[in-house]
Design a protein around this ligand. Structure first.
Ligand SMILES: C[S@@+](CC[C@H](N)C(=O)[O-])C[C@H]1O[C@@H](n2cnc3c(N)ncnc32)[C@H](O)[C@@H]1O
Length: 266
């Protein structure tokens, strides 16, 4: 596992503070896809438990797994007591117990592609389902977008994350649906987008950008990304993008791509 894969724990608290919650529609969508009550779930790369709580608070018994002990320590502060935690990378999970649902939220791309789908299938009960979701964020305001681009430019050309299997962004089915469709282990692959608009302060936007970029400096010392969070307009909608002190707002449509997938029952 790369050092980058284990880089989240040093910013676990900031990660928890700045990462948006997952919407209840995601839970509803997965349950509707399953078509029957889901009692148990295994989560891959649970992090601080943003998606764990979505399922655990609605009656699913979740086993939250993650290789990073600091992320799991943060998770325990925010999830119901019944949630079981296992410190392990996906690749190190041993088949044994099976679950009605296996899911990953913004974590699947960290796992080793070799044997990925047979491994997931081995964790599922017959008729169980797999779901993966992400949370790509696009800035809604062109002025903010330009301010962010200019601040990032000396360090990074783009913060787009390329598709793990090279699927072009304009293709209808995106990864991991593309991979699942080719997998012999799964059938009835579906993809959906839940679009939502999140408004956050410039300070929170800087904080969330730092953790997305994997920078370990806390948000209130955010100068490492080349922007000053105290200059609230930096990530806000002001025209010059850097000088305004009025209440900042960075408004972003948040899109979640979910790919609930039915196991072929092997
Ligand atoms: C972007 S975070 C997502 C956390 C959480 N699921 C969420 O949506 O906020 C990615 C998580 O994947 C974990 N991770 C990295 N490599 C992994 C692996 N090989 N197997 C499982 N999880 C891994 C990291 O420790 C981190 O907590």
């Amino acid at each position: 596992m790369s050092g980058r894969a284990l880089s989240f724990g040093v910013v676990a608290e900031a990660y928890e503070r700045f990462r948006p919650e997952y919407p209840v529609e995601l839970f509803d969508m997965v349950m509707a896809y399953a078509g029957h009550p889901v009692r148990t779930a295994l989560e891959i790369g649970a992090g601080t438990g943003k998606a764990t709580r979505l399922f655990a608070r609605r009656g699913v018994m979740v086993t939250a797994t993650d290789p990073d002990g600091a992320m799991l320590a943060e998770l325990r502060k925010h999830v119901p007591r019944g949630v079981r935690t296992v410190r392990a990378a996906f690749e190190d999970l041993r088949p044994g117990e099976r679950y009605g649902l296996v899911y990953a939220a913004a974590a699947l791309h960290w796992t080793n592609p070799r044997g990925r789908w047979s491994r997931v299938a081995a964790l599922l009960e017959p008729g169980g389902v797999f779901a993966s979701c992400g949370g790509p964020c696009q800035l809604a305001d062109p002025a903010v977008e330009e301010a962010v681009r200019a601040a990032r430019a000396p360090f990074l050309e783009s913060d787009e994350i390329p598709s793990p299997d090279g699927t072009p962004p304009d293709q209808e089915m995106q990864w991991p649906g593309t991979e699942l469709r080719q997998s012999e282990w799964f059938t009835d692959v579906q993809q959906a987008v839940i679009e939502r608009r999140v408004t956050m302060s410039a300070r929170d936007y800087v904080g969330s950008s730092l953790h997305r970029l994997g920078l370990s400096r806390p948000a209130d010392r955010g100068a490492s990304a080349g922007v000053q969070p105290d200059h609230a307009g930096t990530a806000g909608p002001s025209r010059d993008g850097s000088r305004h002190h009025r209440p900042p707002r960075a408004s972003a449509p948040r899109r979640l791509i979910t790919t609930p997938t039915r196991s072929a029952g092997r």
